[in-house]
Design a protein around this ligand. Structure first.
Ligand SMILES: Nc1nc2c(c(=O)[nH]1)N[C@H]1C(S)=C(S)[C@@H](COP(=O)(O)O)O[C@H]1N2
Ligand SMILES: [Mo]
Length: 346
């Protein structure tokens, strides 16, 4: 049992650190790419807890390695990021310890720049985030185009500490800065027919090198129902850890939906569109049987290739690896009280 608890991830994780499949390597997926071991996948929840893998606060159970381009990418230089004004919203706290800033900022899914989590920080470093406009349009009475600096002036910014859970079964706890998407929705006055909100990321292959790859249907697109978009938890995030959003986290503005798998939290948005039909989404178009429109965090529904019963909570950055502890995954990522009503059948 001890050996199991102290195990390190499979070798594949070190050379191909991403669990989100790339289209190119789709056939390779039968080989375990995820740090969830076969033992973990086949153990039920009680067995997981018995084996010490399902207990919050358990010790370090492993470490993740990821490919950096070069040593420069390890440098997480906070002085690069401008401070922004915000108030702390004490209503949104989490019992788990906050993830270190350099960990969250060195382990990123942002496929526009790279499929390698450790390379995003380096490749996005000189991302151009000014000027930056967001079009808010579609089925609304008052369409708007807003500049990011006007947004920062118009909407009071607040900090909220949220759990964040990637579908690949790693997670973190981070202090987002932003404002409720519902505050923006009010301003544009959606028409009665507006049932969904569609989001779009920028497209600029000269700035984001992996957008030169035609294996993906760029630009990245996502969607929510209008009720989900109006939920009190849903944020437009403009910062993290007390300052503006670093490029690798989705500068200058992104969506945060903490009860859904991370890929729903679309980065670097340029357009918000109100529609009457359920929008298509990037990952469900790519792999429909693995990533659906809803994608609410749910420990009882396994991903077709791995369990979702527990997750690797990112811990300390030590050299080229990140320690993690295995903790149970919470229904709706712990936000059941705020969102379960959205999914109750009437
Ligand atoms: N535009 C865009 N948004 C994106 C992604 C992406 O590749 N492109 N990756 C998603 C995934 S899979 C995750 S887990 C989170 C990661 O956010 P973070 O790097 O700030 O932790 O961003 C999401 N938003
Ligand atoms: Mo993710």
């Amino acid at each position: 049992m001890f050996g199991l608890v102290m195990r390190t991830p499979p070798f594949e994780l070190q050379t191909r650190p991403n669990d989100m499949p790339s289209i190119q390597r789709k056939e390779g997926w039968e080989i375990s790419e995820n740090a969830v071991t076969p033992e973990e996948v086949f153990m039920n929840r009680r067995q997981l807890i018995k084996a010490g893998l399902g207990i919050a606060g358990a010790g370090v159970v492993g470490s993740l390695a990821w490919n950096h381009l070069n040593a420069e990418n390890f440098v997480y230089d906070v002085s690069r990021y401008k401070k922004i004004n915000f108030i702390k919203n004490e209503d949104f706290k989490v019992k788990r310890a906050m993830t270190e800033e350099a960990v969250a900022g060195n382990y990123n899914n942002f496929y526009e720049f790279s499929e390698q989590k450790g390379q995003v920080i380096g490749l996005s470093r000189n991302m151009k985030t000014r000027p930056w406009k967001i079009e808010v349009s579609g089925l609304v009475n008052k369409p708007l185009t807003l500049d990011i600096d006007d947004i920062l002036k118009q909407f009071p910014q607040e900090e909220r500490i949220y759990r964040f859970r990637c579908v690949e079964a790693w997670s973190m706890v981070v202090p987002w800065i932003g404002f409720k998407l519902s505050d923006l929705i009010k301003k544009v006055e959606p028409k009665a027919e507006a049932k969904y909100v569609r989001f779009l990321t920028f497209k600029d292959p000269d700035m984001a090198p992996n957008q030169k790859s035609d294996r993906y249907p760029w630009p990245y697109y996502e969607g929510l129902t209008i009720e989900e978009a109006n939920n009190e938890l849903t944020l437009l995030a403009t910062g993290i850890y007390g300052h503006e959003m670093p490029p690798q986290h989705g500068a200058p503005i992104r969506v945060i939906v903490p009860w859904k798998y991370g890929f729903k939290s679309i980065k670097s948005i340029v357009k918000i569109e109100f529609t009457d039909k359920q929008p298509k989404t990037f990952w469900s178009d790519l792999i429909p049987n693995e990533y659906d429109f809803w994608s609410n965090v749910n420990p009882t529904v396994p991903h077709p290739r791995w369990s979702q019963a527990s997750e690797r909570l990112l811990g300390k950055l030590t050299g080229g690896t990140i320690d993690y502890t295995r903790v149970p995954t919470l229904m709706y990522n712990g936000y059941e009280a705020q969102v379960a009503h959205l999914y109750k059948k009437t």
